[in-house]
Design a protein around this ligand. Structure first.
Ligand SMILES: Cc1ncc(COP(=O)(O)O)c(C=O)c1O
Length: 405
């Protein structure tokens, strides 16, 4: 395994590197990304890490990551159209993590499954309707389509009155998982190959929210209890299913839970995506520290007063609960702040804080997105930096004309 040293990140350094690039632009600092990648492999404790494409959204970087180390194995994809496109581009070992009702794409998947029964993408199911949709496109002589059961990894407290975790799959108990697996067994054109359980309430929730000590303590309590409950339930589901099916894959986890999920004997692989770019929402975890690796630069276009620098663009909000943590965060020079009245604007973003006084029209400010892959929906290309130079400029999904979500 490689061991990378994170780079020193400063406004001056990036201004030198990007002197010839017109802002706004987005970039990935490869030294930081590889330091994050290596740290995540370490945290996965030797279990393979499936790479979440939704958090990368750049084909060239997905290829680089998979080439980097054998510990990165396969992609976790997010729509069937994307999955089929990646398969066409030569990617294999594809696990689509979210169910689909796209009948046209399912038709294409059926063709691909016939051409490559063991290597076709695996798609997610959690109810008989998903199985019906798959069967609806299969002819009498079709090869089986490979599926994965999505097991709800949420934590149910107070006898089920409080449910913590992503609201996705209705399959929560061992009995429900067996019932769905038996349903699949009764359908000869569908093959159950995998189980996935994503514990978003652990992997995707930072346990040291800034300025909120009590909330942090509550999150840590919830995560400890949830991890223990899930380890037992996931193990029991895998044991029960293994009585009558051979599961190729038992997937779990995300950037925020690699060390916890990979320690479970029943889990064969973990997933990570966000940790490569290390966006703002991943700054507040007690279990690890990542190096910011993706950012965007905005030009300062006006000075409404000597202490305020107003940038062009910047309103790239992250999906989710709509709280202020979903706003982009001013990054370099350090100490810049968003204006609480205006936040990050559709075309203008005023920047406050001490360093704003030192920014002149024509300078640039550097910001980070709160989430990972969504940055790539705003820019056609990513400038890749290594050492003190731009080593490549590669298209994002959007730059390839691919806007899947
Ligand atoms: C099914 C699934 N697995 C894993 C992840 C973790 O991805 P990341 O490492 O990008 O947070 C997610 C994120 O939402 C997910 O939906």
């Amino acid at each position: 395994m490689w061991v990378s040293v994170p780079p020193t990140q400063s406004h001056d350094r990036y201004e030198r590197i990007f002197a010839e690039v017109e802002a706004p632009f987005a970039f990935v600092d490869l030294d930081a990304m590889w330091a994050n990648a290596d740290a995540m492999l370490g945290r996965a404790g030797g279990k393979p890490v499936r790479v979440a494409s939704k958090s990368i959204r750049c084909r060239a970087l997905l290829e680089e990551i998979l080439r980097r180390d054998q510990g990165f194995r396969g992609l976790m994809t997010y729509t069937l159209a994307e999955t089929l496109w990646l398969a066409e581009q030569g990617f294999d070992d594809l696990l689509l993590a979210y169910p689909t009702t796209d009948v046209e794409a399912l038709g294409e998947l059926a063709l691909r499954s016939a051409a490559s029964p063991d290597g076709a993408p695996i798609v997610m199911v959690d109810c008989p309707e998903h199985l019906d949709a798959i069967e609806s496109v299969l002819g009498a002589d079709a090869a089986p389509v490979r599926v994965c059961i999505d097991l709800d990894a949420g934590w149910w407290a107070l006898g089920g009155r409080v449910k913590v975790g992503p609201k996705r799959s209705p399959v929560h108990t061992v009995e429900q998982a067996i019932a769905l697996a038996r349903e699949i067994e009764g359908r000869p054109k569908i093959e159950l190959d995998a189980l996935m359980a994503y514990e978003g309430q652990i992997a995707g929730v930072g346990d040291t929210p800034p300025g909120r000590r009590l909330r942090g303590a509550m999150i840590r309590f919830m995560q400890r209890r949830s991890a223990k409950e899930l380890a037992e339930r996931r193990g029991a589901v895998v044991a029960a299913l293994s009585e009558f099916v051979e599961l190729e894959i038992v997937n779990g986890g995300g950037t925020g839970s690699l060390e916890l999920t990979s320690a479970e004997a029943a889990v064969t692989e973990v997933t990570a995506g966000s940790g490569f770019y290390a966006p703002g929402l991943f700054d507040h975890y007690s279990r690890f520290t990542l190096t910011p690796a993706a950012g965007f630069a905005l030009p300062i276009v006006r000075k409404p007063s000597p202490k305020v620098a107003t940038a062009l663009g910047g309103g790239y909000l992250a999906s989710g609960s709509g709280d202020p943590a979903r706003l982009p965060s001013p990054w370099l020079p350090p100490g810049l702040k968003l204006d609480p009245e205006e936040g990050a604007g559709e075309v203008q973003t005023p920047l406050l804080g001490e360093p704003a006084a030192g920014l002149a029209v024509g300078d640039r400010a550097y910001l980070r997105h709160a989430k990972a892959g969504e940055l790539c929906e705003r820019f056609d290309v990513l400038h890749l930096v290594q050492g003190d130079e731009i080593v490549d400029v590669v298209p994002t999904y959007r730059g390839e004309g691919k806007t899947f979500l």
